[in-house]
Design a protein around this ligand. Structure first.
Ligand SMILES: [Zn+2]
Ligand SMILES: [Zn+2]
Length: 569
């Protein structure tokens, strides 16, 4: 053809313009938690991780926060799968919510899927879910994407990074990682795979920013053993050991120490029970026969022969440890001289509830060992520090670098760190909802999709059905209203003073009968609580909220926001 066809040329340009890879974060870029990121090529979308976030205190009355997935719902016919990097809540916790909206296949490693199964079972979504196991080092294809899971190390086991082969090049998403050279499960970080990709050429690296403000290297999970050993040998009575239930390496170390020091292990708390069961089933915990006993058998052993694994390091009001701290747990009692070891960090935002719980533990005259800066190495982070982040950039040698997982300041600091290595051609600061378009040679932001946070009230019981999941956004608030039980409590005596009031807005405001009954429910909750619980506002508010919610949901079809207000007098 000797002449130009302007129309065809235009069409062709448009077609070319469409041939771009889009990276669209829906959560985790601009906050910690609810990690979720979409990758799109033409009419195919894959989603990496589907996390949740625990609500900040200003969102009282809400159980969990998940990413807004409007974009995925609008393009539901294009979504091929959700691929999970590992089993932490900030990566899988939003799955029940997302799968109930768009039921797509889920890919994860064996251990990750074991957590996912339990979660979906709870929400009665398991029967309809399609779960596919993926193995590190074994590539699989989803539409135009071909995905290679690469083994990494972290505080949890069976974690992977993802190398995603796309028509314009390889994109590597690290997931959460640290470079642990002595992993507790003997499954090493696959540095070679990353180096190999670096040799072949990597278009973009998306890397975990969590610990970008820490210099040096993060210690191995094994590094806590000497100090824990010391604590085990110094403890004269019962030892209460608390860590995140997903910290399998940590649990393994503590169980081995319990066996060495002749202590029987007792599991208290549902999450810790579940988690250790999965870890045993999949071969991550090899416990000698007779090491673990039931809570009922504790009375047959002297205090110095017991180690109680108990959940609730963050002072969560309804956790086993918080309840034991106010002497309100049916199976365990903390006595003077017992030791409580919190093998965890104080997560920013949780200080109040954690220190309140520690105060209660001291009132029981227990010895409390927690991460106060001079308790020795009782906890290590699961995320890589600056040197590990630099190491990964050096191995992978990406053309473009995109920090993920963190508040904006972390993302920014991480971009600076990457620039200082002199390796990436360009670093890009991306936030939730922004569309990043890439081809082989260039990258640019091009528009936005709907993104944000959705607050979910998961209902009073843990065995809730999916229909019970309610979006607690502004629209629902205006439909279902607000209920404010107002209670005056004497801080010193823990006694309730004056009349209990219930104020409602937009909810059953005219129904006197209902208000009367709701008042009785709250009174009953207060009567059944110890004065110590009543003096602990976090605990008492949560108890009132739970009981009242159950009552209102049973008697009406509405789901008002319930926010107990405690007046201290
Ligand atoms: Zn993690
Ligand atoms: Zn994470």
């Amino acid at each position: 053809m000797g002449f130009k066809d302007p129309a065809r040329g235009f069409k062709r340009r448009e077609f070319m313009a469409q041939e771009k890879l889009q990276i669209i974060p829906l959560g985790g870029l601009g906050e910690f938690g609810m990690n979720c990121l979409a990758l799109r090529w033409a009419d195919d979308i894959i989603v990496i991780d589907a996390g949740l976030m625990f609500p900040e205190s200003e969102l009282l009355g809400v159980d969990i926060v998940v990413p807004d997935i409007t974009y995925l719902m609008e393009n539901r016919h294009m979504v091929r799968a959700i691929v999970l990097t590992h089993g932490h809540e900030d990566h899988i916790g939003g799955l029940p919510w997302i799968l109930s909206e768009i039921n797509v296949p889920v890919f994860g490693t064996e251990f990750t899927l074991a957590y996912v199964e339990g979660k979906l079972e709870e929400h009665r979504l398991l029967d309809n879910a399609t779960l596919n196991e993926m193995l590190p080092g074994r590539r699989f294809t989803l539409g135009p994407f071909s995905i290679m899971p690469i083994r990494v190390t972290h505080s949890l086991v069976d974690c992977v990074a993802l190398a995603i082969h796309t028509p314009v090049g390889v994109v590597i998403h690290t997931g959460d990682f640290k470079v642990d050279m002595t992993p507790g499960d003997g499954r090493p970080f696959d540095l070679h795979a990353f180096a190999e990709y670096g040799k072949q050429g990597v278009l973009a690296l998306l890397q975990d920013s969590t610990n970008v403000d820490r210099g040096g290297y993060t210690p191995s999970e094994a590094a806590v053993r000497p100090r824990l050993d010391e604590i085990f040998s110094q403890t004269k009575q019962k030892l209460f050991f608390s860590c995140f239930s997903s910290s399998i390496h940590r649990m393994k170390i503590a169980m081995e120490l319990a066996a060495q020091h002749g202590r029987k292990v007792v599991m208290v708390g549902r999450s810790i029970d579940n988690s250790s069961e999965i870890a045993q089933d999949l071969g991550y915990l090899d416990l000698p026969n007779g090491l673990v006993i039931n809570p009922g058998q504790m009375k047959d052993f002297p205090a110095n022969k017991l180690c109680i694994f108990i959940s609730g390091t963050q002072g969560e009001p309804m956790s086993a440890l918080s309840r034991a701290a106010v002497n309100n747990h049916k199976n365990v009692t903390i006595l003077p001289g017992d030791t409580v070891l919190l093998s965890s960090r104080v997560i920013p935002g949780n200080e109040k509830s954690i220190f309140r719980m520690i105060d209660h533990l001291y009132r029981r005259e227990a010895q409390v060992i927690y991460d106060d800066g001079h308790s020795g190495l009782i906890h290590v982070s699961g995320h890589g520090s600056q040197e590990e982040l630099r190491l990964m950039i050096n191995l992978v040698k990406p053309k473009f670098f995109i920090p993920v997982h963190g508040d904006y300041r972390h993302l920014r600091q991480h971009a600076k760190l990457a620039e200082a290595t002199g390796i990436p051609e360009k670093t890009i600061l991306l936030e939730d909802g922004e569309i990043l378009e890439l081809d082989r040679n260039s990258v640019r932001k091009n528009g936005k999709v709907t993104a944000g946070r959705v607050c979910i009230d998961s209902g009073g019981s843990t065995a809730d059905v999916v229909e019970d999941i309610v979006i607690r956004d502004r629209r629902h608030l205006s439909e279902d209203g607000i209920v404010l039980p107002i209670i005056a409590i004497n801080k010193l005596s823990g006694r309730v003073e004056g009349a209990l009031e219930i104020v409602t807005r937009g909810f059953a405001a005219s129904d006197d009968q209902m208000i009367r009954e709701a008042r009785q429910i709250v009174s009953r909750t207060l009567d059944s609580s110890s004065s110590e619980e009543k003096a602990d506002y976090g605990v008492i508010k949560e108890k009132i909220r739970t009981d009242l919610k159950r009552y209102i949901q049973k008697n009406t079809s509405r789901r008002p926001l319930i926010m107990p207000v405690i007046l201290e007098i």
